[in-house]
Design a protein around this ligand. Sequence first.
Ligand SMILES: *Cc1c(COP(=O)(O)O)cnc(C)c1O
Length: 387
Amino acid sequence: MSTEIPYSRQDIDERDIAAVTAVLRSDFLTQGPQINRFEQAISAHCFAKHAIVLSSGSAALHCCYAALGIQAGDRVWTSPISFVATANAALHLGAKVDFVDIDPATGNMSLEALKEKLDQAKATATLPKLVVPVHFTGRCVELEPFRRLSKQFGFFIVEDAAHAFGASDSSGNKVGSCRYSDATVFSFHPVKSITTGEGGAVTTNNPELATRIQLFRSHGITRNQPDFLNPSPGPWYYEQHALGFNYRLTDIQAALGLSQMNRLDYFIQQRRKVADFYTRALSHTSLLLPPLSEVSAWHLYVIRFPHQEIEFRTKAFHYLRERNIGTNVHYIPIHLQPYYKGIGFKEGDFPVAESFFQRALSIPIYSSLSKEDQQRVVQNLLEFISI
Ligand SMILES: *Cc1c(COP(=O)(O)O)cnc(C)c1O
């Protein structure tokens, strides 16, 4: 029996293990020196003024929306082709969630659909306070025109860049630089560009926003004396200024993240090589392939079946599964989840996203995927198409 090829996996080496064990022998397990070093490495990499690391990408989204002042009654729009956390974070704050349909070529939020929806919302006084484009598969949404709309209609932009740590836009702006956004959110879950086990980060150039995110990360508590509202009676004193959570990353995790960052560019380069190979090997087929990109983080390689028969994708999933090749589906459109149907969404609300989902299959891509295994994926896929 051939060995199992997962659809994704982390890449941990001895240097990562040494970095983690060094923290275990040190004085600090949480919020020690590794946190600051990891945050500085992220902000330097992204060319952002501030980076705040958090316990997960989902926590980072929640903090970021809260710090922007999203609250009950506000409207937050995102892409239906994302992980549920992008939308859930807004619901947690009592906001109303809505979606903007996608561009079928990339799976990213459609600029045209956004413009149309904004015009309609303006007419009915239901404009969003926040729009969250998702850099699906690591391919950057070109945000300059989104920024013009955000100024025209008065909404914030948070980039969900959970897939896109290490990516750039087509003009070479690093994702996370927040050139055209208020903040950018990353995830360090094991399938993402780098991992800390669980973990996430926000980057921003806005110092007040950074401070509010730091506050929210740790119960809304500050220990910074100049910020105190009352005179400090002693060095033990702290004040709670907001209602927050414990969303802290540990020093153990930060050390892992810092060590992983040394290989970030290598990880992306390896993923890009896998993507190049798949595209060359599959370009003569009827499959719809992702457009090649030198600047994508290549978190996912999503192929789409052109067939009208909807079960074709599911058959491909099973065919590859039986041959020990892991694949996945990104994503079940958020609005079709039972929970979201329960709050009023239905089939047909975002038809481009729904059709994308029905045809999509994510095939294995990760930095340590061997050439042999890449060939096995292609060979089996070609066999499946020919039957
Ligand atoms: C992974 C992911 C998240 C959530 O990140 P976690 O670290 O798993 O909480 C959010 N949005 C997208 C698009 C993701 O892929």
